[in-house]
Design a protein around this ligand. Structure first.
Ligand code: HEM
Length: 399
């Protein structure tokens, strides 16, 4: 319901993985609409595909000017923080991104495939040993994405539990106070600064080691840039992938025909993963504000210089102008222009790694557990409260 000022409260409420029907109405009637965020005031929300693409790729929209400002509309108590890759504009962003891309090349990601398969096999063996039933969040989704990210960052096993607590607090909307987040951030920075210093002395083959050595002509990452980047990789890479492994499995098992059809045709898994990325709304809303640096017309609305825009890429993935029957999960769909990994200069740097983990996890589950089913009714699955990313707290399954 819009307020007197014509503003709706955003992010929109939804249970579990449901999509709030307001998105379809907005795409139809008010594709660029006013929304009021829990902190920092009001902004614009973009819900159609073509408008989303425009804002994400157009240099007249800046991430950097939203940083560190109390008046930036946002879902978190504290304003967006400084200096991370995700909050920079070109040319600073391009410089850093080029160096990161070197350490994150397809070759490096593909080299991880046997290790990802080994971790998945180990976790599934353990599930078989202890079950049925089993919790797929604790049994597979979390340990897989955490182990992968810890190994590429070179976090030793003894530090991993604390590291995870600290990382969790960086991705909360209401689950932690501002003081708790700041203290956790300081501890993460201290830890990573030590790791970077160690790698300068004794180079390692992990991603942090590669970042220490990454060079572009005479350019290289500073200590502070590396620390910021490592924190970003952890928070951006862990919760996203872990939740989507659980969310995808939940979605397929909630309609057992979908699970059975993939079991019968495992060659569909890569396309099915793309379709699930489009269909399953991971984030509770658009997370990263952009501000217009000059007046720009978007979807017929003039966004004034200084005003903030949120781009809802999940809503864009349901745009009737781009997809036939967008509200249907169609695992045989062939056209996949979704923006689940973003679009433009900030396109997810970890997309290939995420796809690798999702493909290996889903293929292995389908192969080893063709009879997999939810061990409780879908309505009894508990969902995580107060975090950016949606996902089940536990996913009890049987087979
Ligand atoms: C299913 C899993 C994932 C999803 C859905 C996802 C989604 C996204 C999206 C939508 C963006 C762009 C945000 C924006 O422009 O506002 C992004 C950026 C980013 N992602 Fe991911 N991501 C995933 C996994 C990962 C992984 C595994 C890593 C790294 C290990 C990662 C690292 C990053 C980084 C560093 C950025 C910032 C890139 C830049 O600003 O240039 N992500 N991701």
């Amino acid at each position: 319901m819009p307020s007197d000022a014509g503003e709706r409260r955003y992010p929109f409420a939804a249970d579990g993985l449901d999509t709030n029907p307001i998105y379809a109405k907005l795409r139809r009637e008010e594709p660029v609409s006013r929304v009021r965020l829990p902190y920092g005031g009001a902004g614009w929300l973009v819900t159609r595909y073509e408008d989303a693409k425009l804002v994400l790729a157009d240099p007249r929209f800046s991430r950097a000017v939203t940083v560190g400002r109390e008046d930036t509309p946002r879902a978190t108590p504290q304003p967006p923080q400084s200096a991370s890759l995700l909050s920079m504009d070109p040319p600073e962003h391009s410089r850093l991104r080029k160096l990161v891309a070197k350490a994150f090349s397809s070759r490096r990601v593909e080299r991880l495939r046997p290790r990802v398969q080994q971790i998945v096999d180990r976790q599934l063996d353990e599930i078989v040993r202890c079950g049925p039933p089993a919790d797929l969040v604790q049994g597979l989704a979390s340990p897989l994405s955490l182990t992968v990210i810890f190994e590429i960052l070179g976090v030793p096993p003894q530090g991993q539990r604390r590291f995870l607590e600290l990382a969790d607090s960086q991705m909360s909307t209401t689950a932690h106070t501002r003081e708790q987040r700041d203290a956790a951030r300081a501890e993460l920075e201290e830890y990573l600064a030590e790791s970077v210093a160690e790698r300068r002395e004794h180079p390692t083959d992990d991603l942090l080691g590669a970042l220490v050595c990454a060079r572009d002509d005479d350019d290289r990452l500073t200590e502070a840039e590396m620390v910021d980047l490592a924190i970003l990789l952890l928070v951006a890479g862990y919760e996203t992938t872990a939740n989507q492994i659980a969310n995808f499995t939940y979605t397929l098992l909630s309609d057992s025909k979908q699970w059975e059809s993939l079991c019968a045709r495992p060659e569909l898994v890569p396309g099915a993963v793309e379709e699930l990325l489009r269909y399953v709304q991971l984030a509770s809303g658009a997370l990263f504000p952009r501000a217009a640096v000059e007046d720009v017309t978007v979807g017929g609305v003039v966004v004034r210089a200084g005003e903030t825009v949120f781009v809802d890429t999940q809503s864009a993935g349901r745009d009737e102008a781009v997809y036939e029957h967008p509200e249907e999960l169609d695992l045989t769909r062939e056209h996949h222009p979704h923006m689940a990994f973003g679009y433009g200069p900030h396109y997810c740097v970890g997309a290939q790694l995420a796809l690798l983990e999702l493909h290996v996890a889903m293929s292995s589950l389908l192969r080893r557990f063709p009879g997999l089913h939810l061990a409780v009714p879908p309505a009894d699955i508990p969902w995580k409260p107060g975090l950016f990313f949606r996902g089940p707290q536990a996913l009890p399954v049987s087979w």
